[in-house]
Design a protein around this ligand. Structure first.
Ligand SMILES: NC(=O)C1=CN([C@@H]2O[C@H](COP(=O)(O)OP(=O)(O)OC[C@H]3O[C@@H](n4cnc5c(N)ncnc54)[C@H](O)[C@@H]3O)[C@@H](O)[C@H]2O)C=CC1
Ligand SMILES: O=C(O)[C@@H]1CCC=N1
Length: 275
């Protein structure tokens, strides 16, 4: 059970996905507060989820609270400057979801000894099926690691990394991944419409096919390759379709993940990042 007070800095898409997931899991509205400069944005979250809405200005943190950094990477320096003195209270955990920003960088801006966990969740957390990678600095106690894990496990699957440099690859895969899958769904839907299906039927069949296949892969001990062979009759329709996919898909996946990982590394260069 999550009993800690959870303080969100940032009221955007990722904060909303996490808050929605935590509330669905029974975390109480009065355990969660959200800080952001835009009152309409944070007030909308407060109204939707029954949580507290507060300005972006720093305030005293509750003992053993968890601060979830969910503003943009480029806002991290000014936010840390604003909040750094609030972290002097023992037991507060800083849990970042920001792409690219290393825990070493965060630690340099906060009191030595502040507990820091860096994470990379994704938007399916909002319905409890997220994928989150976590990395803890050695200033983080076993109990605080467990708290970070409980928060992210409440909204999906959790994977610990022992090497923080892998976070860029994780960001490229599961952090950005929902957008790739959604683009794939759009492309399948449009291609099916081109083949004559009406749009609602095309969309429903595309979504159910991706969902069912992902569930089958998750439930199976067989590899994706073995499962794919079960679908592929010699000389059949699947083999014909796969030949077209094979021409581009693997090199494209490599290019896409390399580009996203490179962008993650660039976001970590706080002076050079733009979004
Ligand atoms: N959207 C996604 O799928 C994922 C996003 N992330 C990370 O989550 C973070 C937030 O991303 P999004 O929610 O997509 O962005 P967003 O643009 O939707 O939200 C950013 C929020 O930060 C707030 N903000 C700006 N300045 C602030 C300040 N000084 N103090 C407090 N709040 C401030 C804004 O008002 C806004 O509510 C980023 O660091 C991103 O790298 C991580 C995983 C997935
Ligand atoms: O696009 C981004 O930068 C963020 C990080 C992972 C998903 N969205």
């Amino acid at each position: 059970m999550i009993t800690q007070h959870i303080i969100f800095i940032g009221a955007g898409h990722m904060a909303r996905a996490l808050i929605a997931g935590l509330r669905r899991q029974g975390v109480m509205g009065d355990q969660i507060q959200v800080h952001a400069p835009s009152a309409p944005r944070r007030d909308a979250l407060a109204a939707e989820f029954g949580i507290r809405s507060l300005p972006a200005t720093a305030q005293k943190l509750p003992a053993h609270g968890v601060v979830i950094y969910a503003a943009k990477p480029k806002q991290m320096p000014s936010v840390l400057t604003e909040w750094r003195h609030s972290f002097t209270d023992a037991g507060v955990l800083f849990l970042s979801v920001a792409a690219g920003i290393s825990s070493t960088r965060i630690a340099a801006e906060l009191d030595a000894g502040t507990a820091i966990v860096r994470s990379m969740p994704n938007t399916p957390t909002q319905i409890g099926v997220g994928a989150t990678a976590l990395y803890a600095r050695d200033t983080t106690s076993a109990e605080q690691r467990q708290i970070a894990e409980s928060i992210m496990a409440a909204v999906g699957k959790v994977y610990w990394l022992s090497d923080e440099s892998l976070m860029d690859a994780v960001t490229a895969l599961s952090g950005s991944g929902p957008a790739y899958v959604l683009l794939f769904l759009e492309a399948l839907e449009d291609a099916a419409v081109l083949q004559g299906l009406d749009r609602p039927t095309a969309r429903a069949l595309a979504v159910q096919t991706v969902l069912g296949t992902a569930q089958m892969a998750a439930a199976s001990v067989s590899s994706p390759t073995e499962l794919r062979h079960q679908v592929t009759s010699p000389g059949g329709t699947t083999a014909a379709g796969l030949a077209a996919w094979e021409e581009h898909l693997r090199p494209l996946a490599q290019r896409a993940l390399a580009a996203a990982a490179e962008r993650s590394r660039a976001l970590g260069d706080i002076k050079g990042n733009t979004p």
